[in-house]
Ligand binder design. Structure first.
Ligand code: PMP
Length: 431
């Protein structure tokens, strides 16, 4: 790849896009606002790679923000989709594919005895909150600073992802009357959660969290944190909800709950279970899920929910993930990447910290350690921006924000990791 990167067509298309779509995008972080510079307009993706409209090729560590765990456009997924297309694109009626994916999710995810499919992670989280409230008859919710649970009003309090990236404290248009019921605590701080329960006796419906954070950068739970939340929620008659939209079928086949053996009452899923098509899901204990309409009184619905194409892509993706060695491979290559980046940072004199679990990783430009969002915010954002641009120019596509985790896939090879580390060495040497 020649430097500087030629992005003439990306520039033209993005300039037009800005006139017809807010910020030129349909989801904020894509606009590269936090790293500055020209966003890349994609033309196609395959395996571990993405190509832009100017013909540049990138090793992709965003993977459509998580779904592309088998590599983009896996031939088995594409072939299954082609066959499914012939039978129609939407039924709006029961179909066998829903049973198949539901059974796969129930078999895999320890907390899930029944599941409802929706069309996005946002929808899954909005629905699960209604269910938490319906089941407990309580209104208040505890969430953690820097955790993102989609763009529902009551979650846009100290939220991560694009909200963190753009420095929006909250969002205009979110009524105070809604967020007044959202209580927040720092991640990994059990004492703060205990205090909130003590101050609001009998009022808290439940606690929702990313059991490994991705939306404030990659932050794993401290030992005992998830277990402590399990105990505290039980003691207070509240529900524990793991938002595994990002971590489900990525950290392990059964998600973080399988990996760490802490079983929540309810779980939200998305990304991987749709194999690159729009899917979300929420599920959990049978007694709680039985409240969802039409089995019970809690209303939630969707025109395209259980869509046959989305179900097909999800089924094929989960089948591919069931092959022996999947998570060992993801862990191996991601460890090589993460350790390599930390080593290069050290050798080139940059304070950095980070880590990985399975195919999810992060690197902060701060000495760390990072236990929560406040720690993450100490990162050198200007340095991250220069690092991001340098990597992009060398054909490495990283998430365009310090506050987003990175993702690998089964299609990433040792050679891809070597190329990435060689690029990182060049860039960090010149930062
Ligand atoms: N929860 C988590 C943990 C997420 O990472 C995301 C999206 N990144 C969401 C919810 C929202 O999902 P979606 O973008 O599909 O609405």
């Amino acid at each position: 790849m020649t430097l500087p990167l030629t992005t003439t067509k990306s520039e033209e298309i993005f300039a037009s896009a800005q006139k017809i779509m807010p910020g030129g995008v349909n989801s904020p972080v894509r606009a590269f606002k936090s790293v500055g510079g020209q966003p890349i307009v994609f033309d196609r993706v395959k395996g571990a790679y993405a190509w832009d409209v100017d013909g540049n090729q990138y090793i992709d560590y965003v993977g459509s923000w998580g779904p592309a765990i088998c590599g983009h456009a896996h031939p088995d997924v594409i072939n299954a989709l082609k066959a499914a297309l012939e039978k129609g694109t939407s039924f709006g009626a029961p179909c066998l594919l829903e049973n198949i994916l539901a059974e796969m999710v129930i078999d895999a995810v320890p907390s899930v005895e029944m599941v409802r499919f929706v069309n996005s992670g946002t929808e899954a989280c909005l629905s699960v909150l209604r269910l938490m409230r319906a089941f407990t008859g309580r209104e208040k919710l505890i969430k953690f600073e820097g955790c993102y649970h989609g763009h529902g009003d009551m979650f846009l309090v100290k939220a991560g992802s694009g909200v963190a990236t753009l420095g929006l404290p909250d969002s205009p248009g979110v009524p105070k009357s809604v967020t007044i019921s959202t209580l927040t605590a720092p991640y990994n701080d059990l004492e703060a959660v205990k205090q909130l329960f003590n101050e609001n006796p009998g009022e808290i419906a439940g606690v929702i969290l990313e059991p490994i954070v991705g939306n404030a950068g990659f932050i794993p739970p401290d030992g005992g944190f998830l277990e402590g939340l399990r105990v505290l929620t039980r003691e207070n008659g509240a529900l524990l909800v793991f938002d595994e939209v990002m971590t489900g079928f990525r950290i392990a086949y059964g998600g973080v709950q399988e990996k760490f053996g802490v079983i929540p009452d309810l779980t939200t899923l998305g990304k991987v279970i749709g194999g690159g098509l729009p899917v979300g899901a929420y599920g959990g204990r049978r007694d709680i899920m039985s409240m969802v309409a039409p089995a019970g009184p809690m209303y939630q619905a969707g025109t395209l929910s259980g869509n046959p194409l989305a179900m097909t892509a999800g089924i094929k993706t989960l089948e591919l993930l069931q092959k022996p060695g999947t998570y060992e491979y993801l862990d191996k290559i991601t460890k090589k990447l993460s350790n390599g980046l930390l080593q290069i940072a050290k050798e080139t004199g940059h304070a950095a910290c980070g880590g990985q679990i399975s195919g999810m990783f992060g690197l902060f430009f701060t000495p760390g350690p990072v236990h929560n969002y406040e720690d993450a915010k100490k990162s050198d954002l200007a340095k991250f921006s220069r690092f991001h641009r340098g990597m992009l120019e060398r054909g490495i596509y990283l998430a365009p924000s310090q506050f987003e985790a990175g993702f690998t896939s089964l299609a990433h090879t040792d050679e891809d990791i070597d190329k990435t580390l060689a690029a990182a060495r060049e860039v960090m040497s010149s930062l």
